[in-house]
Design a protein around this ligand. Structure first.
Ligand code: NZQ
Ligand code: ZN
Length: 388
């Protein structure tokens, strides 16, 4: 059943090997001052930086730079960028990178003109920005998060042991996104696999909730099938454009909120993964893969029907002679085998979670109520132990 909803995504996506050709026409829509943000230097090594700078110079822009955006961007880094953006009254923030750089750009966009400490107001207390929101555009270099076309921004505060994502309003969604799957060829193998799993889990988070019949779940199943198929090819040949381009497009659609329209959603795997991230600073997608199976095995009995549907629709599980519960279990088994095929982390110990820091991770976990079963604190602890 689809109830009332408004779907509005103002992001213009330019996709394909020639997507960057569209950057000049996008830049023409904004004033002269551009804040360029990027990560640890991959864009300088693969030539993307030079191409972007050439376009900015040709457009006559004055460019301010905030480089060094780390994976899992921090509250301190956010404060630094907000200061630069405000002091120079920039007209556009151009993020060139993966989810971390784009999340960061959105964070700077809402923080620059909001009074007070941005971490405290916009993340810890989840308040809305009180000042103007600076437009953001992005040149995506790694697929996974969907940040290129959504309003989410995740910031980590190591001092407080918290990693918090705020999904802002549509005015924080990037105005444009340049997605060239060829640029993702240089993404390190580990990050490529993490990005694939991240997107898969975004779809799961929106799928494993509710018992009604709605179009969003059918779209979700199609996206999962495409991702599973393409990922098996990409891990063998990372330069297979067909596979990488399908992965990139699935990643974008997995989290631009289309498949959440008119339905309830879960997001508890992300809460568990973010808690591991807060404690260990591990790669986001791998934190999700480490907790997924213990979590889904725990909640499956409360949502057998949907898990059985997942088994049939995504994994083609042969259901003859099986009970619904057995079909559901076979679906999770098929998912587990696929996780092995694409080589994602299944042990949180590999990421730095230990018996000693599990209590910190439990403390950092937000318990949500959207899935088939609301976790107790004891169950959160149990999942972390089972994930080791
Ligand atoms: O920093 P550089 O040098 O650019 O290197 C990056 C980084 O080391 C590298 N990389 C990216 N593109 C590359 C490349 N290396 C070579 N060639 C390229 N083309 O890859 C590494 C990882 O990049 P990062 O941006 O950190 O990864 P990802 O895209 O997975 O982003 C992770 C962040 O996004 C948040 C996560 O929590 C995490 O903080 N998320 C954001 C979401 C959103 N906005 O909706 C949702 C997600 O669930 C997620 O929470
Ligand atoms: Zn994610």
């Amino acid at each position: 059943m689809l109830g009332d909803f408004t779907y509005h995504n103002p992001c213009r996506v330019h996709f394909g090997p020639n997507a960057l050709d569209e950057l000049p026409s996008e830049l023409a829509e904004y004033g002269p001052k551009v804040l360029l943000t990027y990560g640890g230097g991959s864009i300088k090594r693969n030539g993307v930086y030079d191409k972007v700078i050439t376009a900015l110079e040709a457009a006559g822009k004055t460019v301010f730079e905030v480089p060094g955006v780390m994976s899992n961007p921090t509250a301190d880094k956010l404060r630094e960028g907000a200061k630069v953006a405000r002091e120079n009254d920039v007209d556009l923030i151009l993020a060139v990178g993966g989810g971390s750089t784009i999340d960061y750009a959105k964070g700077v966009s809402v923080s620059a003109w909001t009074e007070g400490d941005p971490w405290e107001h916009l993340y810890l207390h989840m308040e809305e920005p009180t000042g103007k929101v600076i437009p953001v555009g992005d040149v995506l270099t790694m697929s996974g998060t969907g940040s290129e076309m959504n309003a989410g921004s995740v910031i980590t505060n190591h001092e407080e042991g918290l990693k918090i994502g705020h999904v802002f309003g549509p005015n924080v969604i990037p105005r444009f996104a340049i997605v060239n799957p060829e640029v993702t060829f240089t993404v390190p193998d580990y990050q490529m696999r993490a990005g694939i799993y991240d997107a898969f889990n975004h779809i799961c988070e929106q799928y494993f909730s509710g018992t009604d019949d709605n179009t969003s779940d059918y779209i979700a199943e199609g996206l999962m099938r495409s991702l599973v198929h393409a990922s098996r090819i990409a891990v063998k040949d990372p330069t297979d454009y067909e596979a990488r381009s399908n992965i990139s497009w699935v990643c974008t659609w997995a989290l631009n909120t289309l498949i959440a329209c008119g339905k309830s959603t879960d997001w508890e795997v992300h809460m568990l993964g973010q808690a591991i991230g807060a404690v260990t600073d591990a790669t986001h997608g791998m934190t999700l893969s480490a907790v997924s199976l213990p979590y889904y095995r725990l909640v499956m009995p409360y949502g057998v029907e949907k898990f059985a549907r997942f088994a049939r629709a995504v994994w083609n599980v042969d259901d003859s002679g099986k009970s619904e519960r057995e079909v559901a279990e076979a679906g999770l088994e098929a998912m587990s085998e696929w996780m092995d095929q694409i080589g994602v982390v299944k042990s949180a110990r590999e990421l730095g979670l230990t018996e000693e820091n599990i209590p910190d991770a439990v403390k950092a976990t937000f318990i949500l109520d959207g899935g088939y079963h609301k976790l107790t604190t004891e169950e959160v602890e149990q999942i972390f132990h089972e994930s080791l």
